[in-house]
Design a binder for this molecule. Structure first.
Ligand code: SF4
Length: 390
């Protein structure tokens, strides 16, 4: 068993509940910050952020995920999806601090891909990902043991979505699998199914199912869902033997909210609308939509769309709002009528960013995310395999 990923041993670093290592109801209740967290009402927040950012200069590199708030994105040196940001961090070996405005698994990936001398900072340690939390290391090991007992583990290649903890990426690397993103999931599954006859897809069942059925031409019946809370995953051994895709029962709490009814309703409200959704949406939504795309593809599709065209977008609301503001010559609507932010991503706000930048400026390393070398090495193998996908 690999050692669990861990936070730094520095005394000023908060203990962080390791995502993917179990359930901790306290983890989502917020984490107090050492020192003083500025109140959101502080009228000087923007000025303070500007001053701290300027003082840190090239020593710091601020990354902003597309789902972050506008107030945070305003200070990002680069924006992107999780993998683009991790690669950007790796391309800046000269900077001392990588301030990752995203969620915990992204900061872990940045730490794995950056030099040991670089420090990756997550401004709020409570910024986790509920999907990544749905596959713990112990649960995945238990699943693998069942597959071994059935004598089929040797035919199974694990493929884990980028949105997983470092421990799960390490598990995947150790068993000869690969990481994938929503952009390269088809290539990852194609590769895996030439190496074995089955895939264990972690932790997002919807990305796995949508890719297998809509892009590889498998049948829904070729997929089974492993529920980690049920004995034997709740799957009959005969079904496990027959399945091509063993999908982990995980989902995104944001994309999982969209329904086929949302698609039908928006077609009524906006005649001629093009419905564009993320592949983390449920299968019924994806099949009812006009187009599917990763975060980066959604952005490119809207930017390249002809003036006057209408789009209903099924992804995180901060991004959809920014797309609407930046493309006023088109109609860009949110697919759902209710609010759909990523609540954990939104934990990083301007007060936390100011606190993190000012702390670094004052010589205090706070909220550093580190992955232990053994876990990092195994996870890196799975990430490298993704980079080498044909
Ligand atoms: S949008 Fe979904 S997958 Fe992305 S960080 Fe939030 S909960 Fe996780």
């Amino acid at each position: 068993m690999p050692s669990q990923s861990a936070t730094t041993e520095r005394p000023d670093t908060l203990p962080l509940y390791v995502l993917g290592a179990g359930a901790d109801p306290a983890a989502e209740k917020g984490v107090s910050c050492p020192g003083e967290l500025p109140p959101p009402s502080d009228p000087n927040l923007v000025r303070r952020a500007e001053m701290a950012r300027a003082a840190l200069g090239d020593r710091a590199f601020v990354l902003g995920h597309h789902y972050q708030r506008d107030e945070v994105i305003a200070f990002a040196d680069v924006t992107g999806d999780s993998f683009k940001l991790a690669k950007q961090a790796a391309a800046r070996p000269d900077c001392e601090f990588v301030v990752f405005c995203g969620v915990h698994f992204m900061a872990e990936s940045a730490d794995i891909l950056t030099a040991a001398s670089q420090q990756v900072i997550l401004p709020d340690l409570a910024a986790g990902c509920s999907m990544a939390d749905m596959a713990s290391y112990a649960q995945v090991e238990e699943c693998w043991e069942v597959l071994e007992d059935l004598g089929i583990a040797g035919t199974v290649v694990p493929v884990t979505y980028m949105n997983s903890s470092a421990d799960i990426k390490a598990f995947t690397g150790r068993h000869g699998g690969t990481v994938c993103t929503s952009s390269n999931a088809r290539r990852a599954l194609t590769w895996a199914l030439t190496k074995g006859s089955k895939v264990l897809f972690l932790p997002d069942q919807h990305l796995g199912r949508n890719t297998a059925v809509l892009e590889l031409g498998l049948r829904l019946d070729d997929c089974v869902v492993w529920d980690p809370r049920r004995p034997g995953g709740g799957v009959d051994p005969a079904e496990l033997r027959a399945a091509t895709m063993i999908l982990w029962r995980g989902h995104c709490s944001v994309h999982g909210r969209f329904s086929a009814r949302n698609v039908a309703e928006i077609r009524q409200r906006i005649p001629g609308v093009n419905v564009l959704v993320h592949p983390e949406c449920v299968h019924d939504v994806v099949t009812a939509a006009d187009a599917i795309g990763s975060t980066e593809k959604i952005i490119a599709t809207i930017e390249q769309a002809p003036p006057g065209s209408a789009w209903a977008v099924g992804t995180e609301l901060n991004l959809v709002r920014r797309l609407a503001a930046a493309n006023r010559d088109k109609t860009v609507a949110f697919l759902d009528e209710t609010v759909c932010f990523c609540s954990t991503m939104n934990r990083i706000d301007l007060p936390h960013l100011v606190w993190a930048l000012e702390s670094l400026q004052a010589g205090r390393t706070v909220n550093r995310i580190t992955v232990d070398p053994v876990t990092a090495g195994q996870a890196r193998a799975a990430l490298d395999q993704m980079l080498a996908l044909p």
